[in-house]
Design a protein around this ligand. Structure first.
Ligand code: NAP
Ligand code: MG
Length: 479
């Protein structure tokens, strides 16, 4: 039988009989392991362990915290092939994409090892004679982290690293369908010398474990990445409990292709944005907005390239797109494909492929309009709508006509179009001649409107969420 993994609470891996199987979406007979289905009581124990361990972790020197993160970074770098294979097996992205994600997790750990040392404050001259004012940043205490399945090692890393650098304790819940990469990451932190109780891992469902993390009175802040629906529930619960909340949610990211674009570059950018990682990226390009004058020539080239994508097992070297993550996600994608056809699109691809896993052909919805359901709702699969527009102004208006605002892009050789799009796009991340997905690890990540709420993640700005500000006054004179 496959190995069993318990929750990690107070520095102990707690075995349990209540387990769920983690299966490879490309090969359904491949069981990666059996993972704990935690309870509300497990969350309570994890929060208590965090509360006990946090003061000493916060009182350690910044160098102690930096050393743990730096050692963890090095251990991840050393194990990229092994961790990449594990990630590809549990999530279904290609081996090279998985290794890229693991490398990102290592880079993130290394970056925040430096931030632990750089975290400082400000000294300001008081308006009162003899007074001193210092503005300092302090950890929050125990923070709750809730993560999705599509980046099962990078997202836990980019939430845990700044939380730990600032001196917080952590209770983390990964998505129930992809716990293995997070377990591996927590084991690496343990091996790197993280004191017991500073990171606690509780696996299981969102409705039980996630819910209790959000509701627990001693969890002072919750950082969540996932769907808009769950994000809204967490925002409401956070308001009720007066907690700090950080939400990173969905996208319906536009990629504009202007008639003055480099056509081959535009095809490459759109293919990457729409179909890499099976389209399962919050920053995926799901609306391709194409200027009329170039539309037919562009669509012909793009569709040929789409049809040539080799869908297959992520561990096989010649595969170019892996499976959809789960049966439920595949069914949802197929429903959207049918919806696109019934809304009047000409659908290319999108069918379930006859293989022993959750495989789907990449899909283009041609002749789409921006008001269609398939142009407004996040599908989160290998499906992109192609929308024809008359000119730049219509392209920009269409790009912004969405309740999301995560990333956006334009392919153009015109400085005027590029500059105006960067200024007027209502997305948190804007790309010129680059895919909407695929971002640097040392700069802010996040969006507007229905895509994000609260402080930005990643880069130096990430420390904002994981700290609170104290303004400290003293008077050293005499009366
Ligand atoms: P999801 O269904 O919202 O789940 C995200 C996490 O929340 C999972 O761990 C889930 O647990 C948990 N959860 C579910 N219900 C909960 C509740 N009532 N209280 C607390 N936690 C709860 O999202 P997903 O299907 O895993 O991921 C896909 C979504 O993530 C897409 O919308 C995508 O755009 C978004 N995403 C956004 C970013 C970004 O940075 N903006 C990055 C990646 C993904 P279980 O699923 O285990 O039950
Ligand atoms: Mg889910």
């Amino acid at each position: 039988m496959a190995e069993a993994f318990g929750n990690y609470i107070g520095g102990t891996w707690r075995q349990t009989a209540d387990l769920s199987e983690n299966r490879n979406p490309a090969r359904l007979d491949d069981v990666i392991g059996r993972y704990a289905r935690g309870s509300a009581e497990d969350v309570d124990a994890a929060v208590e362990a965090g509360r006990d361990a946090q003061p000493a972790w916060a009182a350690a020197t910044p160098e102690d915290r930096a050393n743990v993160l730096d050692r963890a970074a090095r251990l991840i770098f050393e194990r990229v092939p092994e961790l990449g294979e594990l990630l590809a097996r549990e999530e279904g992205k290609l081996r090279r994409e998985a290794e890229g994600e693991v490398t990102r997790a290592a880079n993130v750990m290394r970056f925040f090892a430096g931030e632990a040392l750089r975290l400082g404050g400000e000294k300001i001259a008081s308006v009162r004679a003899g007074c001193e004012v210092d503005v300092v940043r302090e950890p929050l205490g125990v923070v709750g982290l809730i993560t999705p399945w599509n980046f099962p090692i990078a997202i836990p890393a980019w939430k845990m690293a700044p939380a730990l650098a600032a001196g917080n304790a952590v209770v983390i819940k990964p998505a129930e369908i992809t716990p293995a990469s997070t377990v591996a990451l927590v084991k690496i932190l343990e091996e790197a010398g993280l004191p017991a109780g500073v990171v606690n891992l509780v696996m299981g469902s969102g409705s039980v474990v996630g819910n209790r993390i959000v509701d627990h009175p001693d969890v002072r802040a919750v950082s969540f990445t996932g769907s808009e629906r769950v994000g809204r529930q967490i925002a409401l619960a956070g308001a009720e409990g007066m907690k700090k909340v950080q939400l990173e949610m969905g996208g319906k990211n536009p990629m504009v292709v202007m008639a003055d674009a480099d056509l081959d570059l535009a095809v490459k950018v759109c293919l990457d944005g729409a179909f890499f990682s099976t389209g399962q990226r919050c920053t995926a390009s799901s609306r391709l907005i194409v200027e009329d004058r170039i539309h037919d020539a562009f669509v012909e080239k793009l569709d040929l390239a789409r049809a040539a994508i080799r869908v297959g097992d992520p561990l096989e070297a010649d595969s170019q797109m892996g499976p959809v993550v789960s049966e439920g996600q595949l069914e949802s994608n197929l429903t959207y494909v049918a919806q696109a056809a019934s809304e009047g699109c000409e659908v290319r691809g999108g069918e379930r492929l006859n293989q022993a896993g959750y495989f789907q052909a990449p899909a283009l919805f041609l002749n789409a309009t921006n008001d269609m359901k398939t142009s407004q709702e996040e599908i989160f699969g290998p499906c992109a709508s192609v929308i024809r527009v008359a000119d730049f102004d219509e392209a920009l208006a269409t790009a912004n006509d969405t309740r999301f605002g995560l990333s956006s892009g334009i392919c153009t050789t015109s400085l005027r179009h590029a500059t105006e799009f960067r200024r007027k796009s209502r997305a948190g991340m804007v790309m010129v001649n680059l895919p909407t997905a695929g971002v640097d690890y040392h700069v802010p990540f996040g969006g507007n409107k229905g895509s994000s709420l609260g402080a930005r993640e990643q880069g130096p700005m990430a420390m904002e969420f994981y700290t609170s500000v104290k303004t400290a006054y003293s008077f050293a004179g005499s009366v």
